[in-house]
Design a protein. Structure first.
Length: 226
């Protein structure tokens, strides 16, 4: 199994949903191995356009899961957020009772970011547990940090400098996704005749005070095409 882990240094709460949708759609689009009709969407506040699969089932699934997670971030005042995309194949396994089916993961993407603009009165959440050692994880540099002339603005609204830095960071991560998916694919499972050979799960990892909790969002597998 291949892990790809990356982090955005800071994103405002009011753009958290759009940022996660952008990155999740970018990953799924580049990993859709069956024929797809390409489409695009734009984060207007950031002037960032990204590609996505023009598949209503995929768009609905990502939208529902991101909205559910962002609601929890707001409700619990989490200042760290992490969503995970796991691609897998269904394999048959022989048991003493007969044949059973199991999910076998072949690639996992972990998206982490810091959230600002939340109600900090009740926000003492610790960071998510350290992600597994990953291939192609991007190192932090001074350019990754959101300086923006004085830190967070009230309500999580970006000033001009912070907006430029988030746009740049997001575009860099989208480029990283594309390059990673173009690398040697020896870990990919054998293609099957099934038109939807590689389903995926979207889950999330979050934190509570002094404890790490792992939450699953709608574990029902989602096909890569309808």
């Amino acid at each position: 199994m291949i892990n790809a882990n990356f982090e955005l240094q800071k994103a405002p709460l009011n753009l958290l949903e759009e940022v996660f949708k952008c990155l999740l759609h970018t990953i799924v689009f580049h990993r859709a191995l069956s024929p797809q009709i390409p489409s695009e969407d734009t984060i207007d506040d950031l002037n960032v356009t990204y590609a996505l699969c023009d598949d209503e089932a995929i768009k609905k699934d990502i939208k529902t899961k991101v909205e559910s997670y962002v609601d929890l971030v707001k409700k619990n005042n989490w200042n760290r957020a992490q969503m995970i995309v796991t691609f897998y194949e269904i394999q048959e396994k022989q048991t003493w009772l007969g044949t059973s089916k199991e999910k076998v993961c072949w690639e996992q993407w972990i998206i982490s970011l810091e959230v600002f603009g939340i109600n900090n009165n009740n926000s003492q959440a610790s960071n998510p547990s350290q992600s597994p050692t990953t291939r192609n994880a991007q190192p932090r540099t001074g350019n990754d940090r959101m300086g923006g002339g004085g830190g967070d603005t009230e309500g999580g609204i970006l000033n001009a400098q912070q907006k430029k830095e988030l746009e740049y960071d997001l575009l860099q991560k989208m480029t990283f996704i594309g390059k990673t998916c173009c690398e040697p694919k020896t870990h990919l499972p054998r293609l099957r005749k099934d038109p939807n050979p590689f389903p995926f799960d979207i889950t999330y990892q979050s934190t509570d005070t002094w404890g790490n909790l792992f939450w699953n969002i709608l574990r029902t597998p989602t096909p890569l095409s309808s």
